[in-house]
Design a protein around this ligand. Structure first.
Ligand code: G6P
Length: 474
């Protein structure tokens, strides 16, 4: 039977060095979490970067490589310079902010970073080409690897190649800012099937490919350079079963009781995000501040708890962002706190899975208000844990998830007043109405889970013939 190779920058485990020894820790972020289920189920190999093995001696290094092999991970190691240029520089200093419409965060000093991006993409393609057997399918993921489909096609025209973009594809007018726009599109268009989270992102990609490369629209995709590439929208889900079962477990229920006792009768408003400037945390804090300003009677009766998982800490914009979050938090607590209570509490750390589920289950209101987000799985995770249909979700209209989760209270995260009002609406919502909304949300999250997402994409990928690509003859 033909195998499947997954290819992504991040694999589900990242190496951490502790006292010369290496340990594999679960990676954070939607992609690794979502695909881990697919990998656990089947005969897949996973090609990706396991993090920095540089601090390990020969024995510790071998132990980690053995562990990775046991997990069917083919490691692509990156030098310190490649991490700086390909990962921090081009992927997260240029593509990430630009695709999220945050143009002031885009780094401009990046010619050499582009070279590193291209050469690391070539290495990922080589690693996949080396391990794939004739007729295998290869599923490449996300903005860090947009050139891989083309490089892989050149090396192995016999393979079926799928590509999935986990972040928004921006409007043409924004995408065209990139000096490397042709090469990036050509990289992706060498695939047999390209998937997006929403029809909107797909439409932007089609528009950019037509206007920049002159690709021709067909019913199910695009023709470019004598090759047909199918396109589709596939909204990613979560492993809903894992969240709902864990939420109902006795240990989590006991922890929920404890959290609620600690709250001492206060209402819990929760935020959970990687500490990333796309997530809109300061804007969310401003909305909480506005709410407390307008509702002095509530200052003692709500707690806004923000869990911020450290991310990309060596990228300058992320370090500055943390300072900004801490400053706004300090100001609100200074204004509205009392000697014994503060209205805002921020946790800067990784949260173990069971604790995360307990927080979701204990919260009264969940604030998921990114400025822009490909999908946002936190919103779906929250719904999956609400077995009794309690809990209210406030969701940004700029998250891909808002296309699916229509029963949430949808807000514009740039509009502080509207967000404060949404909080008020949530806190006053009659329980019957809240339950009806959550029931509908939970049902959708459970039926449209990550397994269904992966199956739908792979079914469509397998329906594409491994087409001899004209590039193979070049
Ligand atoms: C987002 C991206 C993923 C990425 C994750 C975590 O979800 O779409 O590709 O893996 O963030 O970011 P990191 O840079 O730590 O891999």
């Amino acid at each position: 039977m033909a195998k499947l190779l997954l290819v992504s920058n991040r694999v589900p485990w990242t190496v951490a060095c502790a006292g010369g020894k290496g340990v594999l820790k679960p990676s954070s972020g939607g992609l690794a979490t979502a695909l881990a289920g697919t990998h656990a189920r089947g005969e897949t190999l996973w090609v990706g970067w396991p993090g920095d093995l540089g601090g390990l001696d020969a024995e510790a290094r071998q132990a980690i490589l053995d562990e990775l092999q046991a997990q069917r991970v083919i490691p692509v190691e990156l030098s310190a310079e490649e991490v700086e240029r390909y990962y921090e520089g081009f992927s997260n200093g240029v593509l990430w902010p630009l695709f999220h419409y945050l143009l002031d965060k885009v780094r401009l000093d990046t010619d050499q970073d582009w070279d590193a991006y291209a050469s690391v993409n070539q290495r990922f393609a080589e690693a996949a080409a080396e391990r794939a057997e004739p007729g295998d399918s290869v599923w490449i993921h996300d903005y860090q690897l947009m050139l891989v489909p083309r490089y892989l096609r050149e090396l192995r025209p016999d393979l079926r190649i799928g590509f999935f973009l986990h972040i928004p594809f921006p409007a043409y007018e924004v995408f065209r800012i990139l000096p490397w726009r042709e090469l990036l599109l050509q990289g992706v268009l060498a695939s047999d099937l390209v998937g997006f989270h929403t029809p909107g992102y797909q439409a932007h990609f089609v528009n950019a490919s037509r206007r920049i490369l002159g690709a021709e629209s067909r019913e199910d995709g695009l023709d470019y350079d004598g090759h047909h590439v199918a396109l589709g929208d596939y909204a990613i889900g979560i492993d809903a079963e894992a969240f709902s079962t864990t939420a109902a477990s006795p240990s989590v229920m006991a922890r929920v009781q404890e959290i609620r006792q600690d709250l001492g009768g206060r209402t819990l408003i929760l935020g959970v995000d990687r500490l990333d400037y796309t997530k809109g945390i300061p804007q969310r804090l401003l909305a909480v501040e506005r709410y407390l300003e307008l509702h002095p009677e509530m200052r003692d009766s709500v707690l806004f708890l923000q869990a911020s998982v450290p991310s990309r800490e060596r990228v300058e914009a992320y370090a500055q962002y943390r300072k900004q979050v801490d400053e706004v938090t300090g100001r609100i607590n200074g204004l509205y706190g009392s000697p014994s209570r503060v209205p805002v509490h921020v946790l800067h750390r990784n949260i173990p899975f069971e604790e995360l589920v307990a927080l979701y289950r204990a919260a009264d209101v969940m604030l998921v208000t990114p400025l822009r987000d490909g999908m946002n799985l936190v919103a779906k995770e929250f719904c999956a844990t609400r077995g009794d249909d309690s809990g209210i979700l406030i969701l940004s209209e700029f998250a891909g998830a808002s296309a699916d989760l229509r029963e949430a209270i949808l807000v514009n995260p740039y509009d502080t007043g509207a967000m404060a009002e949404a909080l008020d609406t949530a806190l006053r919502m009659p329980p019957g109405q809240a339950r009806a909304r959550m029931r509908a949300l939970r049902k959708r999250v459970i039926t449209h889970d990550v397994h269904r997402w992966a199956e739908a994409f792979l079914r469509d990928l397998h329906a594409q013939g491994p087409s001899p690509h004209p590039m193979a003859a070049h």
